[in-house]
Design a protein around this ligand. Structure first.
Ligand code: ZN
Ligand code: ZN
Length: 238
């Protein structure tokens, strides 16, 4: 019997192909469109860092009432990298419509700077899931792209199956903040097998009202999570 041919290293082939593609179609900056790199130094300087906003204990936006809905759930912290405004806005929108892994890698590098000694060391990265309909339409979940890059950077496993959207939420458009929160709170279910007694790093691309993150965090705590650190790339409000 003939010896089988040694399997070529797919990673080497992929990176050689990518280098060739970059030569023919140089990457463009996701912020300003300038050719050269996926993110340019000009756009980097224009980023407005989000800082710590919202609840003084956890950083969750204060939009619904005087008390913090996130702190009521358990050990939670909410941190975002930068304000959702140009050029970050263009980058987040780009990843939503193009599965650009190099851009997701850059965002993961940003997010890793938000992890500090005050957070419980995470055991598991959980991306905020899309509904089945939206996932089918788009073909991928942009947050999973960031999650897999962050998992590699931090050497923490990622488990997309640990949190699911159990029902499609009706459109949030036209709802006031209270209605938005009510609409989404029961939309997620976490899997005890993955999250029980674990410190979870919950990941999303954008923090707006916080309703989605709160719904996810609630599901994670209901399934026995020890703590939840929510990281988002962009943030619209304080
Ligand atoms: Zn740029
Ligand atoms: Zn809080």
């Amino acid at each position: 019997m003939r010896r089988s041919i040694t399997r070529p290293d797919m990673r080497l082939i992929k990176s050689a192909l990518q280098a060739g593609l970059d030569f023919i179609f140089p990457p463009r900056c996701a912020g300003c469109g300038q050719p050269g790199a996926v993110w340019c130094s000009d756009c980097d300087r224009r980023l407005v860092r989000a800082g710590v906003a919202g609840c003084v204990r956890c950083g969750f936006p204060r939009v619904v009432s005087w008390r913090c809905l996130a702190c009521e759930l358990g050990r939670i912290r909410v941190r975002s990298f930068a304000r959702y405004q140009p050029p970050l806005k263009q980058a987040i929108l780009r990843l939503k419509y193009h599965p650009d892994q190099a851009l997701a890698d850059r965002m993961a590098a940003w997010l890793s700077t938000l992890i500090d000694s005050q957070s419980d060391p995470a055991d598991l990265i959980v991306p905020v899931p899309l509904g089945d309909v939206r996932r089918k339409e788009r073909g991928y979940n942009q947050v999973e792209l960031i999650a897999s890059a962050l998992a590699r950077d931090l050497n923490i496993p990622v488990e997309a199956q640990s949190l699911a959207r159990v029902r499609e939420t009706r459109s949030q458009v036209g709802l006031d903040p209270e209605e938005r929160f009510g609409n989404i709170q029961q939309a997620f279910r976490a899997d005890t097998r993955f999250v029980e007694n674990r410190n979870i790093l919950l990941l999303d691309d954008l923090l707006t009202s916080g309703a989605t993150l709160l719904g996810c965090a609630r599901a994670l705590f209901n399934a026995g999570a020890s703590s939840v650190l929510c990281l988002t790339v962009g943030r619209t409000i304080g």
